[in-house]
Design a protein around this ligand. Structure first.
Ligand SMILES: Cc1cc2nc3c(=O)[nH]c(=O)nc-3n(C[C@H](O)[C@H](O)[C@H](O)COP(=O)(O)OP(=O)(O)OC[C@H]3O[C@@H](n4cnc5c(N)ncnc54)[C@H](O)[C@@H]3O)c2cc1C
Length: 258
């Protein structure tokens, strides 16, 4: 394990295409991670030639074998690496798992809402939590067998880069009694839903967990400094990761000054 942000070394053992937009990576992690046991737990993934991590849900973890299901966006740092298809055998870094799903002890039902990026967490929550559960899943392609057969799922068709999950949630018929609402997907949709839950449904913060998992292209700026070439040049010179990070920090500083 590296000392920087508790990173673990891992190797990609398998790459399986689950659908046109979802790729499963199976990784061997050494030394083994300690799972939090929280069903929406995630890790940071740093792919070769990059410093920035992207978060991925632990779809499953057992004895050093970690499974991550990666959504292919139109563009994106991890997306572009996974699309290439030559990632098997690659050495990557993984950060320590963290989780956030925390239903109150007296919750009598569960509502789960997510787009494709939320599917790994919704699948794992369904497998681990024994409460009556309804799911709304917004996906580009059919994913037969991805959620348990018994799950009560409303499938919503997603069209490239747009989400209407906020609108869907505002029309949900809420179950009686106290429960727990969990939702993940595109950040603008999540912001709208947080407002709705607080202002219209007046839910206490303990009754829901709404997480922005990704941001759509609108308004995104290209990265100021691409770490890829710096990493490759540093490796070619035999520099340590810390030395390369220092060079990257300096390049970012210079760019910000210019
Ligand atoms: C707790 C948590 C758990 C998650 N679990 C999963 C999971 O299990 N599976 C999963 O697939 N995702 C998951 N995500 C979401 C994932 O981290 C993001 O989708 C991540 O951004 C994908 O990384 P990427 O490198 O492919 O794309 P990024 O580079 O981060 O790009 C993401 C989006 O930004 C846009 N974009 C990127 N760069 C630019 C640019 N220069 N100009 C314009 N637009 C741009 C792209 O259109 C793309 O839609 C999770 C996120 C969180 C916070």
């Amino acid at each position: 394990m590296s000392t920087r942000a508790s990173q673990y070394a891992a190797r990609v053992e398998r790459r399986d295409e689950l659908s046109a937009h979802l790729v499963r990576l199976t990784l061997a992690v050494d030394p083994a991670l300690e799972s939090t046991g929280i069903p929406d737990e995630w890790v940071g993934l740093v792919v070769p030639g990059q410093f920035q991590s992207r978060y991925y849900t632990v779809r499953s973890y057992d004895s050093g074998v970690l499974v991550l299901d990666v959504v292919l966006h139109d563009v994106g740092l991890v997306t572009e690496w996974v699309v290439r298809g030559d990632c098997v055998g690659a050495a990557v870094k993984i950060t320590e798992p963290k989780g956030s799903f925390d239903p109150p002890a007296d919750a009598s039902w569960l509502l789960l809402v997510g787009d494709l990026t939320g599917m790994p967490a919704m699948a794992r929550i369904c497998e681990s939590v024994d409460l009556p559960t309804r799911i709304w899943a917004e996906v580009e392609d059919a994913l037969p067998g991805y959620l348990p057969d018994a799950a009560d799922v409303t499938w919503l068709e997603a069209s490239s880069g747009t989400s209407r999950l906020a609108e869907v949630v505002e029309s949900i018929e809420w179950p009686d009694g106290d429960g727990y609402f969990w939702m993940a997907g595109e950040s603008a949709q999540m912001r709208a839903i947080r407002k709705y839950l607080m202002r219209d449904r007046r839910l206490p913060a303990t009754a829901y967990d709404v997480m922005g998992y990704w941001r759509s292209s609108a308004g995104r700026q290209p990265r100021a400094v691409d770490p890829g070439p710096i990493w490759l040049a540093g490796k070619a010179q035999g520099l340590s990761d810390e030395e390369i990070w220092a060079q990257y920090d300096e390049a970012q500083y210079k760019k910000a000054q210019s």
